[in-house]
Ligand binder design. Structure first.
Ligand code: PEP
Ligand code: MG
Length: 546
């Protein structure tokens, strides 16, 4: 049996699946019906089981992860926590509710202490869920604890979960939700993890079922035959690119710099080995997903320096925090109850009232840039018009950053590209959001994956407007959305006026190979044909039919 989704990358992997249980809801606060002694003994047993699981898990782990697991096991057995749970049970709470409240109080206390203690606060939420799961006799929520490698099946993952996936154990990822440009897909691509997202129905994928994940085809085959596996591997082998690593150029030697999208410093070396000529998008919000308080200037400088030092003399484009909607940051003053977060206080808009966090970030970037030889440039996310552009660009310059640009990911920014480029030093097109907002199709929603397609002629027309404005102003126009990593679409983008492309490092080789097949004139001809298409499928035909 085979199910279809949207593949991330091109890899192929086989293995047994494990499903990720959904988070448990908050236990109700109705009074207990059992005796206090009975509820207390249940709570104590569940805490012991939690500590035991974590200690066992620690034994099979090394380094920092082991220390974290051991510390968590100790926290679950903390005598003051136990006393607190007992006194709550004495005050009529059920064991579940007492555990929930006790961990919550403990968590608030750590947060108020700040520093290292505050960073440990999120571990307590995990401990609370684990213990309540034991009390209810249901699977522990979160990434399954398995000592043998598996393919993870989930509805969707939080960005922090995806970033933290242990690639020694997680061979691949299948999600029922999420579109091709969801942050789960982007982070999986950054980790070079084979993934198929937006599969819809994953009921047939029971724990232990053997599957073949083929990302290039976007398929999940349950109980594959040896021939299925061989065919997929052979296809993968044929697709491997042969062009040597080097700068991106067209057939007529027009340079098209090929840059990397990075989330962390430890991805930089692999990106350079794959030929990244610099960084076209550093998603800074992903550096601080776990932080409960805003990182200090000194902490940020350290993070940024580590990345800048990897690219001496190269351009590194840093995007200021793009939080809100699907990438919440605990320390940003964003109203969690907004009815439409993707249309809310997201990106630069999160700093409308109080911009101190943005100012600190720009100061940290200026300090880090001054201490390294990278050509550091900054850009702001979610810019709608010239007024927002001016606000950001002036602030960046005031705080010591010489080159400041903006992302074009809201359709209005494309319509007003000439005005925006009159102020900003460059524009980088975020095709993921530009597609979501142009077609009104939530990028998190697998069911609307067909509309999350940057080949859509409506999106191509907006990109052409930005490309034209770039040509007229003589300022660079890059693309850093997932579209840049699609080799055939990369040619069309260049034909529409795009001057650099930034992508997950593993996509660099294929894009480099394809660009070398076309002159600028030919790319422009293909782009004009794609613009005339009525559907994404018709636009694709321009490339496949020559
Ligand atoms: C985009 O929207 O295309 C983009 C690059 O930003 P992000 O995917 O982080 O929203
Ligand atoms: Mg975006």
């Amino acid at each position: 049996m085979r199910v279809q989704g949207v593949g991330v990358g091109r890899g192929v992997v086989t293995g047994p699946v494990l499903r990720m249980p959904e988070p448990l809801p908050e236990p109700s606060d109705r009074p207990r019906s059992n005796t206090a002694a009975w509820e207390s003994s249940r709570a104590e047993a569940a805490l012991r089981e939690t500590a035991h699981d974590l200690s066992q898990h620690a034994e099979h782990t090394t380094g920092e992860a082991r220390a974290v697991l051991e510390a968590q096991a100790q926290m679950a057995q903390d005598p003051s926590l136990l006393t607190d749970v007992r006194s709550r049970i004495a005050a009529q709470k059920t064991a579940e509710r007492a555990i929930f409240e006790a961990f919550h109080t403990f968590q608030q206390m750590l947060l108020s202490m700040g520093g290292y203690m505050a960073e440990r606060a999120s571990d307590l939420g995990d401990l609370s869920q684990r213990t309540i799961a034991h009390l209810r006799g249901v699977p522990v929520p979160g990434i399954p604890d398995s000592d043998t490698p598996f393919i993870l099946v989930a509805h969707d993952l939080a960005p922090a979960d995806t970033v933290g996936l242990d690639l020694e154990r997680v061979l691949g990822l299948i999600t029922s939700g999420g579109g091709p440009t969801s942050h789960t897909a982007i982070l999986a691509r950054a980790k070079a993890l084979v993934a198929v997202v937006g599969v819809g129905d994953v009921d047939a994928l029971v724990d232990g079922a053997e599957v073949l994940l083929d990302a290039a085809e976007g398929t999940v085959t349950i109980d594959p035959t040896p021939e299925d596996v061989q065919t997929a591997r052979r296809r993968l082998g044929r697709r491997r690119s042969k062009v040597p690593v080097g700068p991106g150029t067209l057939a007529d030697d027009t340079p098209i710099p090929l840059l990397a999208n990075l989330t962390r410093a430890d991805e930089a070396q692999a990106a350079r080995e794959l030929g990244a000529e610099g960084v076209g998008l550093l998603r800074t919000e992903l550096l601080f997903l776990d932080a409960d308080r805003a990182p200090s200037i000194a902490e940020q400088v350290e993070h940024y320096q580590r990345i800048f030092e990897e690219f001496p003399g190269r351009r590194v484009i840093v995007r200021t925090l793009d939080a809100g909607a699907d990438k919440p940051l605990a320390f940003l003053p964003v109203d969690a109850a907004e009815p439409n977060p993707a249309l809310g206080m997201r990106g630069l808009r999160a700093f409308r009232g109080d911009d101190s966090i943005l100012r600190d970030q720009l100061r940290a970037l200026a300090i880090a840039a001054d201490s390294c030889r990278a050509d550091v440039r900054v850009m702001a996310p979610m810019i709608a018009d010239a007024a927002e552009t001016a606000r950001f660009v002036l602030l960046a310059r005031e705080l010591g950053l010489g080159t400041a640009g903006v992302m074009a990911e809201v359709p209005s920014a494309a319509l007003l590209a000439a005005q925006i480029l009159g102020i900003a030093d460059f524009v980088s097109i975020g095709t993921n959001d530009l597609t979501q907002y142009t077609l009104a199709a939530d990028r998190q929603l697998g069911a609307l994956a067909e509309y999350q397609d940057p080949w859509h002629p409506a999106v191509l027309r907006l990109i052409r407007m930005i490309g034209d404005a770039g040509g007229q102003s003589g300022k660079p126009v890059g693309v850093c959305g997932e579209a840049a990593g699609d080799p055939l679409l990369a040619v069309i983008l260049v034909g529409l006026g795009v001057t650099s492309l930034s992508m997950a490092p593993e996509a660099l080789a294929d894009v480099r190979t394809e660009l070398r097949q076309h002159t600028l004139e030919h790319a422009r001809l293909l782009a004009s044909r794609a613009l005339a298409a009525a559907t994404p499928a018709e636009a694709r035909l321009v490339m496949t039919e020559g």
